[in-house]
Write a protein of this length. Structure first.
Length: 297
């Protein structure tokens, strides 16, 4: 059952990128991000009430609440939507899979955690492979594509920073409290911003895009969250973090199928190299060797 649920999380997060791609075909990025969260919020609210969890952050964490609402939900999800207008869904997933690397860097900067040599090698291999993927996938890197890539990487950086700050300031806040009210407020803020800046006509959003929005709001956001929350109690964080290494594989395959793109040998090779490099950052050789020596002694 645990293995099946792990697979479900990988699939739900792996299909998220295609869902975003379909959404922004007819819905502007700000409006789309807002609608996704407004669809998800009622179910998160029900989940919080059933679990009898507080919706409010502790009073002394009001600044942290604003940071989470803006820096984790509002801005990054707009950037992801904007990026996918110009970048293929599979490549978006591969770009975002760099997020644990930024967590590692921020953890060293703000939490004083050690970065091992093997992790530095993994970072170099990962980003070198990412560069080769972008280069070999026929991206001309005009201004629009470059801004799309930078927007996706910026979203990964912001999420990583939020995870590290949360480790310091929000460790005692429940996962349900952390998500519910920020998602609702972020959804409302994004939708209002989209209304004034993008002037959307909801009637112009196609049935395909509405279907993708509902999928993102219910299955990818709420469903993926609930299953991930369930697995947190049954798997070590290190093992569960490999979701970020596995879901890009699903995203690349599904995205290539939907967008009618061939999966070249170069893409397979550099994607495998990229994910291997990022996996090394999660399991530093020096740390594992030291643990083995301690256990043998």
């Amino acid at each position: 059952m645990t293995s099946l649920l792990f697979l479900i999380v990988c699939l739900s997060w792996g299909t998220t990128w295609l869902g975003i791609k379909i959404t922004v075909e007819s819905a502007p990025p700000l409006t789309a991000a807002g609608l996704r969260f407004l669809i998800a919020f009622p179910l998160f609210l029900v989940f919080a009430l059933v679990r009898k969890q507080s919706l409010l952050f502790p009073r002394e964490k009001s600044g942290f609440f604003i940071f989470v609402t803006v820096g984790y939900f509002s801005v990054p999800y707009y950037l992801l939507n904007y990026g996918e207008i110009h970048v293929a869904s599979g490549l978006t997933a591969l770009l975002f899979s760099s997020m644990p690397v930024f967590i590692l860097i921020f953890s060293a900067l703000f939490l004083g955690e050690k970065i091992y040599l093997s992790q530095c090698i993994g970072i170099a291999v990962g980003f070198g492979s990412l560069y080769m993927i972008v280069k070999t996938q026929g991206m001309h890197m005009d201004r629009a594509e470059l801004l799309g890539v930078l927007a996706i990487l910026a979203a990964a950086v912001m999420h990583a920073l939020c995870y590290v700050i949360t480790k310091r300031q929000g460790a005692h806040i429940s996962v349900i409290t952390f998500n519910t009210l920020p998602i609702g407020i972020a959804g409302l803020m994004l939708f209002i911003a989209g209304t004034f800046l993008e002037h959307p006509r909801l009637s112009d959003i196609t049935l395909r895009s509405w279907s993708a929005l509902i999928y993102l709001g219910l299955a990818a956001s709420v469903g993926g969250f609930i299953v991930y929350f369930f697995l947190l109690k049954r798997l070590s964080p290190a093992i569960l973090s490999f979701v970020f290494i596995i879901f890009p594989v699903f995203a690349v395959v599904i995205g290539a199928w939907y967008e009618g793109m061939a999966i070249s040998k170069n893409l397979c090779f550099y994607s495998a190299l990229l994910l291997l490099g990022f996996a090394i950052t999660k399991l530093p050789v020096e740390k594992l060797t030291a643990k083995n020596k301690q256990m043998s002694s």
